[in-house]
Structure formats: structure tokens, C-alpha cells
Design a protein around this ligand. Structure first.
Ligand code: HEM
Length: 143
């Protein structure tokens, strides 16, 4: 597998992980029991480490391929990556642990739902930024 394939595989894996966290969170909290919500939170706490690994591989391979390129699409991707990483490590990761511990002790209170909204917004933001980076990848190939 060449570096571009590794990059694309890690990028798509990270995107699908966030998308599945997002969808299973919304479905469980709107339609299912508190126990189901707790199970979803637990799976996310474990799978979030897979997400961090996929993101790290995406970033490392992306920066390596890009080198010092000043191509507009590459510059945009390079600028977006720290925002994606910060969003993940500073918001998504602590939220995942906090929400899991609240769900574990059955505290589905106002704080739980407030933090849940923060997590969903940060998740959607990362999905958007990653979608933009996938679109930019198409522009790099054309040139
Ligand atoms: C989470 C963020 C990112 C996502 C979702 C993403 C996604 C993708 C995808 C889907 C491809 C296409 C690979 C293929 O055609 O097989 C690609 C290619 C590429 N990406 Fe990223 N990428 C991300 C971050 C980065 C970063 C931070 C850089 C470095 C500035 C970067 C640089 C590149 C380069 C140079 C290519 C090769 C384009 C080519 O020659 O075809 N990417 N990326």
C-alpha cells in the first residue's frame, strides 16, 4: 500500500467513526432506553482511541506527502488539520469520557444534555472540516 492509499484509508476510517458516533448517539438518545445510551457511550469511549490513531496516521501521511507545497488545496488542508485535531483532543475526547461517566451513574440531567450538545456540534464541525479536506484532495489530483 502506498502512502496515498494509507492516508485515504485512515482519513475515511476517521470520518466514518465520527459519523457512526454521531448517528448512534442521536438515535439512542431520541428513540432508545438509558441503558442503550450507556452502551453507546461505552463503545465510543473505546473506539475513540481508534479514531485518534486514524487521525494521527491521516495527519502524519498528509503532511509527509504535502512537503513544502504551496498548492492552494494543500495549504487549506494543512490549515484545517490543527483545528480538526484540537476539536478532537480538546472537545470530543473529554466529552466522550464525561458523558460515559454520567451515563454509567444514570445521571441523565441538564448537564449531560448540555455537554451532549457540545459534543454533537464539535463532531459535526469535524465532519464538515474533513469533508472539505476530501474535496480538496480531488483538486490536488487534477493539477
Ligand atoms: C482529516 C483530514 C484529511 C482528510 C479527510 C483527507 C482526505 C484525503 C483523501 C480522501 C485523499 C485522496 C487519496 C486518494 O486519492 O487515494 C487525500 C489525498 C491527499 N491529502 Fe489528505 N486528508 C486530510 C488531511 C490532510 C493533510 C493535513 C494534508 C497535508 C497538508 C493532506 C494532504 C494530502 C495530499 C498531498 C494528498 C494527495 C493528493 C494526490 O496527489 O492525489 N491531507 N486526502
Amino acid at each position: 500500500m502506498n502512502i496515498r492509499k494509507i492516508h485515504a484509508t485512515a482519513a475515511v476510517t476517521a470520518f466514518l467513526l465520527i459519523a457512526s458516533f454521531w448517528i448512534s448517539t442521536v438515535i439512542s438518545e431520541i428513540f432508545l432506553s438509558h441503558q442503550a445510551v450507556w452502551i453507546v457511550k461505552k463503545v465510543i469511549v473505546f473506539a475513540v482511541f481508534l479514531l485518534i490513531a486514524a487521525m494521527a496516521i491521516t495527519g502524519a501521511t498528509g503532511f509527509k506527502m504535502a512537503g513544502k507545497s504551496q498548492n492552494t488545496a494543500i495549504v487549506a488542508k494543512r490549515r484545517r488539520m490543527p483545528m480538526i485535531a484540537a476539536n478532537g483532543l480538546l472537545i470530543l475526547l473529554p466529552c466522550a469520557f464525561f458523558l460515559y461517566s454520567k451515563a454509567l451513574s444514570g445521571q441523565f440531567d441538564g448537564v449531560f444534555y448540555a455537554i451532549q450538545v457540545v459534543e454533537l456540534v464539535a463532531g459535526a464541525t469535524n465532519l464538515f472540516l474533513m469533508f472539505k479536506s476530501m474535496q480538496d484532495a480531488k483538486n490536488i489530483r487534477k493539477k
